[in-house]
Design a protein around this ligand. Structure first.
Ligand code: DX5
Ligand code: ZN
Length: 232
């Protein structure tokens, strides 16, 4: 994989919710590719976070691509509001709906990218059914719900399996806008990403890294992002 195929997406969940606009600007100035926004409903995961209004505020503050990860039941019901708020990609959970295909199709119909997320305990065999119907696969590397958890090493096998399946089928990314970059279909990892785990995930085939605690806790977010880029 080439350096330009790697996406770094700081998770604003680890930022200061009293200053979301400033945190969005900070992520942009630090040289990130995307801003990852975690939306939780208190049912699918035992935590509550942000909603469409906060996505709109972040969108006003930054020109970066907004990568919206929704950990909610009935994801279909939130698509229109998130698109209006400025989401560039909406990633929902396979485990959160019985209408996976309809939801993916509808997100794509709204002219944004459709991502599909898988919890750590979900079998890797489920991932392959949707590879040609979405724009990104998110393999959770922690149990969704909270930042600051430890990376689950067993997920490396799932990453390898997914990359092998994508390669075997020759699936390439669908680019919507000129600003979309990359020729490698995105496998995103989310949870417990730091320099050590980023390297392992990249070696296994991931090319889109979400990092919350690591990039926000380092003294310089810019250096933290650069050091993640150097993991390749
Ligand atoms: C967890 C969220 C993550 C979280 C990652 O459910 O999806 O995006 O912000 O945080 P860290 O990098 O701290 O594990
Ligand atoms: Zn997330």
């Amino acid at each position: 994989m080439k350096k330009e195929d790697l996406i770094i997406a700081p998770s604003i969940l680890a930022g200061d919710f009293g200053h979301l606009a400033d945190e969005a600007k900070k992520i942009e100035q630090a040289g990130a590719d995307h801003i990852h926004i975690d939306i939780m409903d208190g049912h699918f995961v035992p935590n509550l976070t942000l909603g469409p209004k906060a996505v709109a505020a972040i969108n006003r503050a930054s020109d970066l691509f907004l990568d919206v990860h929704i950990m909610v039941y009935n994801p279909y019901d939130y698509i229109e509001r998130l698109v209006e708020a400025g989401a560039d990609r909406i990633t929902f959970h396979f485990e959160a709906t019985e209408e996976v295909e309809e939801t993916l199709d509808y997100i794509r119909k709204c002219n944004v990218q459709a991502g599909l997320a898988f919890c750590p305990e979900t079998s890797e065999s489920m991932v392959t059914s949707y590879l040609d119907k979405c724009d990104l696969i998110l393999l959770m590397t922690v149990k969704p719900g909270f930042g600051g958890q430890a990376f689950i090493e067993q997920m490396l096998q799932k990453i390898k399996f997914t990359r092998a399946a994508l390669n075997q089928r020759g699936i390439v990314p669908r680019l919507l806008k000129e600003s979309d970059k990359g020729s490698v279909f995105p496998i995103q990892v989310d949870g417990g990403i730091n320099l050590e785990t980023a390297k392992k995930c990249i070696d296994a085939g991931a090319n889109d890294l979400v990092a919350g605690t690591y990039v926000f806790k380092e003294p310089s977010m810019k250096d933290a992002i650069q050091s993640l880029r150097n993991c390749i």
